[in-house]
Design a protein around this ligand. Structure first.
Ligand code: NG1
Ligand code: ZN
Length: 532
């Protein structure tokens, strides 16, 4: 049979359920029982994407991150370990929405024609999944597409999302000047653990860090990583029950902590104990602790970004590289105004604001030699440019102090996942920095005071009516609404607010911050009223 025949036959096993699908910022994501045809079709696209790159390896990750256990999702990983290039999201959407097998084949053949696929190298795909019960069934759908298209594939079974990104990047850079690491899960642990040990040196982290793994794939993977760390740090793993998939993300995990502004109810942490939570696929992390009078203190993505930027800035200066490394921070409009202020005023570093979604932040961060980017919800990393690696590796230190700082900087450039935000890598990064600075979580909190803020969801008839500009900070449409928001903000000290359509939910999000709790709540409510 021809490939076309095979695609038709395989597609018949995975009929389109009649829904309309869209590849969004997090790939396709929904109730798992709707996903069979979507995953099959993503398999077709992965094969095309690999052909487009002359047979380079493309990744497919099956996960729904922080969503409830009955959901699932699928997203593609580009050759350098980055998220799928935006222009291809539309092709994914087109394939997913073809109503019949024949229509699907027509869309596929048209893409084959239009995409100028060049050489006839065998396409290659690697894939993995999180711990959801539906994962193995969806892998079956994916494999049907890879078989039908004659694509070579490797099943990496259970992995965190960033581990798959790592493997894709390693696969495609092997033997080049961009070589990234050994193409194996073990290689990932070794790279992180070796870099961590080099970076902390004799500055052993003080006390334990308790890590809530959202009862997801991060649990077993963190336990594995710990074996490679040789006791250099005391990591206590909690919420790592992956045998009961119905517990995934339930009353625990980074999203629970960030959204509810509280520790998981199961937490037994005492005052000032360092705690962190991962999300369901371990690409997000937030820290927190119980402060004075049992006050819950969240150290979110903004805090991780400011901590990392401050330490990297110090290392650049101490190693004599301040002139050659342009360091910058990338945030979204959701970053706390106090964090932005701290970076520009206290650290003296530039801040860039982009639209929501890590691909935007990642892209903007690449404009710096060392680009620190985090979303407030804990998704982020630090990217080093090719020039930065060269500068770091070629620099001749002029003193023992310079040599020392340079060694740490070098180790961090290995420790930090360059492909994508990685909760395990970010965890070790924070631990290195706190150990070096000799800081407790309280010291970390004391660097600046967050402006009180409020995030509310507003249900509207048609969220596509909300058109933004200026990195989503201002509304162009509906006409007149921005002027209303501006005048409301003007009534509050340090008032700032914006409204934008969510990319992942059918709602408009309103964010507001102001000098006091009461004012922030009030401003959020007034803007929400104006929006609805
Ligand atoms: P939307 O639903 O577009 O606001 C949310 C998060 C983003 C990001 C995406 C997933 C907030 C306010 N928004 O986006 O930060 O994590 O989901 O890609 O947290
Ligand atoms: Zn995630």
């Amino acid at each position: 049979a021809t490939i076309n025949d095979k695609i038709l036959a395989a597609s018949a096993k995975h009929p389109q359920p009649g829904n309309v699908f869209q590849y969004g910022t997090a790939g396709f994501r929904m109730k798992a029982d709707l996903l069979d045809s979507v995953v099959f079709r993503v398999g077709l696209l992965a094969s095309l994407r690999s052909r487009k790159f002359g047979g380079q390896v493309i990744g497919v990750m099956i996960t729904a991150s922080h969503n409830p256990p009955e959901d699932n999702g699928v997203k593609l990983v580009d050759p350098f370990g980055e998220m799928l290039e935006s222009s291809w999201e539309a092709y994914a959407t087109r394939l997913a929405n073809a109503k019949t097998d024949k229509e699907l084949l027509a869309v596929y053949n048209k893409l084959e024609q239009d995409l100028d696929l060049g050489t006839n190298k065998t396409p290659k795909v690697i894939y993995a999944r999180d711990t959801r019960a539906s994962g193995s069934r969806l892998v079956g759908c994916l494999v049907d597409a890879l078989e039908a298209t004659g694509t070579e594939y490797t099943d990496y079974k259970l992995l965190t999302t960033p581990q798959l990104h790592y493997l894709v990047r390693c696969s495609n850079t092997k033997g080049t000047e961009y070589e990234y690491g050994d193409i194996s899960e073990k290689g990932y642990y070794e790279k992180l653990a070796n870099a961590f040990k080099l970076a902390v040196k004799h500055k052993k982290p003080q006390g334990p860090v308790t890590v809530d793994c959202a009862n997801g794939v991060g649990g077993p993977k963190l336990r594995e990583l710990i074996k490679y760390l040789d006791g250099t740090i005391d990591i206590r793993v909690v919420n790592d029950d992956v045998l009961k998939p119905e517990n995934l993300n339930v009353s625990c995990g980074a999203d629970y902590v960030k959204t509810n502004q509280r520790a998981p109810p199961s937490s037994k942490a005492g005052p000032l104990e360092r705690c962190a939570s991962l999300d369901g696929d371990a690409d997000r992390i937030v820290y927190y602790f119980n402060g004075e009078n049992d006050k819950f203190v969240l150290l979110d993505g903004d805090r991780i970004a400011t901590l990392a930027a401050s330490f990297l800035g110090e290392l650049a200066r101490q190693s004599g590289l301040a002139e050659s490394l342009k360091i910058g921070v990338v945030q979204t409009a959701y970053a706390n105004g106090a964090a932005t202020q701290y970076v520009t005023s206290n650290l003296g570093l530039p801040v860039v604001c982009t639209a929501t979604g890590v691909k935007h932040l990642h892209h903007a961060a690449l404009q710096f030699d060392v680009g620190v980017y985090f979303e407030a919800n804990g998704h982020g990393t630090v990217v080093f440019s090719h020039d930065a690696y060269k500068a770091i590796n070629n620099h001749e230190p002029q003193s023992p102090a310079q040599a020392n700082a340079l060694e740490t900087l070098k180790a961090l450039s290995d420790l930090i996942n360059q492909a994508v935000g990685d909760a395990l890598s970010d965890l070790l990064l924070v631990e290195v920095i706190l150990a070096h600075k000799g800081w407790s979580v309280k010291d970390w909190e004391d660097t600046y005071v967050d402006l009180p803020n409020r995030l509310v969801k507003v249900h509207v008839l048609l969220r596509s009516m909300f058109v933004t500009t200026d990195s989503e900070r201002r509304l162009l449409e509906p006409a007149g609404l921005q002027a209303t928001i501006d005048s409301l903000c003007g009534k509050y000290k340090a008032g700032r607010s914006f409204a934008r359509a969510s990319g992942t939910e059918d709602a408009v999000r309103v964010y507001a911050e102001a000098a006091t709790r009461g004012e922030a709540d009030d401003l959020a409510q007034k803007v929400a009223n104006a929006v609805s």
